[in-house]
Design a protein around this ligand. Structure first.
Ligand code: BJW
Ligand code: ZN
Length: 261
């Protein structure tokens, strides 16, 4: 990679902060999966350039036209299915797997790539290490009985029927958080607890525009911790982060996270 002199200083500062960090919250967004081939939401190539969020990612849109929403999620599932974790997911997972490391990930992504990377690194994958605060692309939830089911298969939304609950026959919906919906209080509550006890929050590949997730780094900062950002573009966090590295996740993250205890 070609590194500008000021970028080299930013990378050095970020590396130093992460080397000294004891309790870390990593907040990730769509940008960390961009180099795995998963589309982001905003920006020139983002999903919201071709699709209107209010037509597809709100409870009102699903009520109005569940088939259209399911078709979009079916397409998204097909698009993400061949994608694999990249060097950024891998470096974070290996950091988590180090003995004595205390690194927890809260991701806004629904693509499941952090889980795959953690499994590959031999780190544990549970609610103590990874929170998927906006849900999971391959999970469905019953609108009648709330039963959750996981499937990598395409939902039967393009054929005659809409996907049905295996327990009660009710209409299934993607188990993701749409605009205007509350995040699971247990999940986002835990993420805020992690932000409050962390001495460092590493933020990777998020526009930091969607709340409440975008408020997590400020909690660490307000408690006197560091915020380190990795993003090719400036975000609302950039002006007050302790270190902000302009660059792509798969190049920068492996260069700044510790490799040994
Ligand atoms: C790279 C890169 C590379 C590119 N390497 N980086 C406070 C203020 C204002 C508004 C609100 C507020 N609190 C709540 C709101 C309303 C709303 C909101 O935040 N709106 C704003 C947009 C204005 N929030 C909500 O509605 C939330 N719910 C809520 O607050 O409920 C309250 C409630 C309580 C009680 C009862 C009822 C309600 C819910 C938000 C749900 C968001 N859902 C989505 C869809 C998920 C499912 C799906 O995937 O289909 O989540 S929208 C979408 O945005 C998705 C993402 O997780 C989320 C964040 O996007 P992200 O990850 O940051 O991606 P991008 O595309 O924005 O950015 C990518 C970044 O990567 C860029 O910066 C690039 O530069 C960078 N990048 N290549 C590193 N190689
Ligand atoms: Zn059901």
């Amino acid at each position: 990679m070609t590194v500008r002199p000021d970028e080299a200083a930013d990378i050095a500062l970020a590396r130093e902060i992460l080397a000294d960090a004891r309790v870390v919250l990593v907040l990730t967004g769509a940008g960390i999966s961009a180099e795995s081939g998963v589309p982001t939401f905003r920006g020139p190539e983002g999903l919201w350039r071709s699709f209107r969020p209010e037509d597809l990612a709100t409870p009102e849109a699903f009520e109005r036209d569940p088939r259209l929403v399911w078709e979009w999620y079916h397409w998204r599932r097909q698009r993400v299915a061949p994608c694999v974790p990249n060097a950024a997911h891998g470096a974070l997972a290996r950091w988590q797997a180090l003995p004595h490391s205390d690194v927890r990930i809260a991701t806004q992504n629904v693509d499941g790539l952090h889980s795959l990377a953690l499994e590959a690194a031999g780190a544990s994958v549970d609610a103590g290490t990874l929170l998927e605060v906006h849900g999971a692309l391959y999970r469905s939830r019953c609108t009648a009985c709330s039963n959750r089911s996981e499937s990598r298969d395409a939902p039967d939304a393009t054929g005659a029927g809409l996907p049905e609950c295996p327990v009660c026959g009710g209409l299934l919906r993607p188990d993701v958080v749409w605009f205007g919906e509350a995040l699971d209080p247990a999940v986002i509550g835990r993420a805020f607890e992690w932000a409050a006890v962390a001495d460092t929050c590493l933020v990777v590949g998020t526009s930091a525009l969607v709340h409440p997730a975008a408020s997590l780094p400020a909690v660490t900062r307000e408690r006197g911790g560091h915020v380190v950002e990795v993003n090719p573009e400036r975000t609302p966090l950039t002006s007050w982060a302790t270190a902000s590295v302009r660059g792509r996740a798969a190049e920068i993250v492996p260069a700044i996270v510790p490799r040994d205890g």
